[in-house]
Design a protein around this ligand. Structure first.
Ligand code: PEP
Ligand code: MN
Length: 338
């Protein structure tokens, strides 16, 4: 932590800051320049973060030098995390993890058909929402437990894994009974009670970036899961809100290398929610793999015209097959496999 004092700070004010720092068991290093004094503080920054040094008389600025996250950081664990999913599938390994399926679970036949299609094309994870976070309370809210049962059935038929959203602390246990991976959606990225509850479960978690969340905030949310002992966490870039209106959201491709550098956690990209338009899903999926993403989450629907949610961004199975073909040479070019 670097504390810069104002040019007119008095020696007493410098002394006051130093005393506070020592009280916390840390060591201040005072450096007197011609115009101003700078105090470097060595030690655990967490202790000092709790004190608002900015409001101390004579202080001009306070700059942390350590990252606010620990367990999620590359300093804590240098090797990339590979989540072993049980049936041989991994997230963060050499093979690109592909999660595909409808936005919402709508019914049995449709789900079984989509599972078969996406599995044949190479997806090992079946996605689908049974509890849907809809902007309007009048929109389809999901089939609830019935949807979870259908997901389990369809995935088991194909030997796939289920990834599905949990929206509420009260349903973590229920969703965990059916799912192989819990999804925490963009709208709940900072639902700290939900993060703590999911952190206490043994299930891997897919944590999606909030609509207006910074990368640092996303990592701090992951830190909640890790701090509760769950290290099986994958981060998901799903687009953020910007001034751009041509697409539903703006995919932050930068987030991929930043997250890979800052953390050891795998990074999944969701170009469906990231663009909101099926036409853009394949090119953005290609770019995500090129930028080093560990996996993709793709919405697939046999008849997008009739979809109960997110039809405009859903690929038909044929297009999904094309996506898989198109990402293969890119994955190979960056040392991955599809
Ligand atoms: C979803 O994946 O179904 C979903 C609702 O995504 P997000 O939370 O990213 O909006
Ligand atoms: Mn959706």
């Amino acid at each position: 932590m670097i504390v810069v004092m104002k040019p007119d700070a008095t020696p007493e004010q410098v002394q006051h800051v130093c005393e506070k720092v020592k009280e916390l068991g840390l060591t201040p290093h005072v450096s007197k320049g011609v115009e101003r004094t700078v105090i470097g503080i060595i030690g655990e920054e967490d202790k000092i973060r709790a004190k608002p040094l900015e409001v101390f008389p004579g202080v001009e600025s306070v700059t942390p030098i350590q990252k606010p996250y620990k367990l999620a950081s590359r300093h804590f664990k240098h090797e990339p995390t590979v989540i072993e999913m049980g049936n041989g599938a991994t997230i963060g390994g050499k093979k690109v993890a592909v999660m595909a399926g409808p936005c919402s679970v709508e019914g049995r036949d449709m789900l079984i058909n989509v599972a078969k299609e996406v599995h044949q094309a190479g997806a090992l994870f079946l996605r689908g929402g049974a509890f849907k976070p809809r902007t309007s309370p009048y929109s389809f809210q999901g089939l609830g437990e019935e949807g979870l049962k259908l997901l389990r059935e369809a995935a088991d038929k194909e030997g796939m894994l289920v990834v599905t959203e949990v929206m509420d602390t009260r349903t973590v246990e229920l969703v965990s009974r059916y799912a192989d991976m819990l999804q925490i959606g963009a709208r709940n990225m900072q639902n700290f009670d939900l993060l703590k509850e999911a952190g206490m479960s043994k299930k891997p978690v897919l944590l999606k970036r909030g609509l207006s969340a910074t990368i640092s905030e996303l990592i701090l949310s992951a830190e909640y899961l890790l701090a509760k002992g769950n290290f099986k966490v994958a981060l998901c870039e799903r687009g953020i809100r910007t001034f751009e209106t041509a697409t539903r959201n703006t995919i932050d491709i930068n987030a991929i290398p930043v997250l890979k550098q800052e953390t050891h956690l795998p990074v999944i990209v969701d170009p469906s929610h990231g663009t909101g338009k099926w036409e853009y899903v394949i090119p953005i999926a290609r770019s995500a793999i090129a930028a080093g993403a560990d996996g993709l989450m793709i919405e697939v629907h046999p008849n997008p015209e009739e979809a109960l949610s997110d039809g405009p961004q859903s690929l038909i199975p044929k297009k999904f097959r094309r996506l898989m073909q198109e990402i293969r040479p890119i994955a190979e070019a960056v040392g991955r496999q599809v």
